[in-house]
Design a protein. Structure first.
Length: 373
């Protein structure tokens, strides 16, 4: 099921953003075969809890062996998409670069996920989410006035600026290939995606309505009516009362008089009023008070936190005994699915390769080119 039913994807296993992109493709209905190195790679936990690997089968191939590279080429011959997250040049050295694969399958969409991109002075440099955010300017935006930039875990770079842009590129290239009969390379670089995410604020900067100084603007905690506040029990609520009518609802629910918010000179006093008021009740009490209102106040919940709205929508689900986020977005006619639980590297080597038409499995397993766990 799913809108991508019938699409076949070969994933050359990597870290973080490329697996997340392939997870999404699988949830959208694509058949994704993950090619792991024997023994797997870096992980933040045991394989069954590496949730970005959910929804697809794993075959383990030792790509240092020519026979294993030949297997991938045979998979490419029938695939619609290949995704790799190596440093630039690695796939070419393996004999699995775009030219190699397009010689086998001209319709193939070849998705490349990197931090710095396929070219440029930093293309061969190591890096992580925090570095790409730093160079793109996105990291500079986040933080309190007078303080250092604050790190948003690896959500903004790896997944928003990386995985989602790779998925968008792959889907667009698949659509175009359906018309032209020709595949192409999708160069998804986290530094590019992170910069692209700042588009609205770049416009505001040019217009003079956004300042380079952190924590002084409307949407970066500069405005006291768009910020988080501590409650009596040491928890927090988020306030996003931007529109005048929502702000009026906020003040009405709080029962406070406040200075004119349109004059930034009044913001320190307004912040003090809001901070002192929110510290008078617990998070649960404020949540109950603002329930159903347009004041744009919400409790700041922990990871996988419980909330009636999330429960009603099934935003989090228990899948094979692990609480995790359900697929997004949702479709009215072709439903998405979590599919299989995360697999151990090589868990499905025999069955998956057989389903993809690889018939010399015994020889491959005996030689060590393929590994079944």
């Amino acid at each position: 099921m799913g809108p991508l039913e019938g699409v076949q994807v070969v994933e050359l296993a990597g870290l973080g953003p490329a697996p997340f992109a392939c997870m999404m493709l699988a949830e959208l209905g694509a058949e994704v075969l993950r090619i792991d190195r024997p023994g797997g790679g870096l992980s933040m936990g045991p394989p069954e809890l590496d949730l970005v690997n959910r929804g697809r089968r794993s075959a383990a191939l030792d790509l240092k062996q020519p026979a294993a590279v030949d297997v991938v080429r045979r998979l490419v011959a029938r695939a619609d998409v290949l995704v790799e997250g190596f440093r630039p040049g690695v796939a070419e050295r393996l004999g699995l670069g775009p030219a190699d694969c397009h010689a086998i399958n001209p319709r193939l969409v070849y998705g490349r996920m990197t931090g710095w991109g396929q070219d440029g002075p930093l293309a061969q440099a190591a890096g992580h989410d925090i570095d790409y955010l730093a160079v793109s300017g996105a990291l500079h935006l986040i933080g309190r006035a007078g303080g250092p930039p604050q790190v948003p875990a690896n959500l903004l770079g790896d997944f928003a600026g990386g995985s989602l842009y790779l998925v968008i590129g792959v889907l667009a290239a698949l659509h175009e290939a359906g018309r032209s009969g020709q595949g192409q390379v999708v160069d998804a670089a986290i530094v590019d995606g992170s910069a692209h995410l700042t588009t609205m604020l770049l416009g505001a900067l040019a217009a003079g309505s956004w300042r380079q100084e952190r924590g002084t603007n409307l949407l970066d905690t500069g405005a006291p009516f768009y910020d988080v506040y501590e409650t009596a029990d040491g928890k927090h609520v988020a306030v996003g009362a931007l529109e005048p009518q929502f702000y009026a609802d906020l003040l009405g629910k709080l029962g406070v008089d406040a200075p004119d918010r349109n004059d930034p000179a009044n913001w320190p006093e307004l912040r003090k009023v809001l901070a002192e008021t929110f510290r008078q009740r617990t998070q649960a009490e404020w949540t109950a008070l603002f329930d159903g209102s347009d004041a744009c106040v919400a409790p700041v919940l922990p990871l996988a936190g419980e909330h009636p709205h999330l429960v009603a929508r099934g935003t989090f689900v228990d899948h094979h005994g692990v609480r995790q986020a359900a697929p997004a977005p949702r479709f009215g006619r072709t439903p998405t699915s979590l599919g299989r639980p995360p697999a151990r590297p090589g868990e499905h080597t025999r069955e998956a390769l057989a389903d993809w038409g690889i018939t010399d499995l015994d020889d491959l397993l005996a030689s060590g080119a393929a590994v079944q766990t």
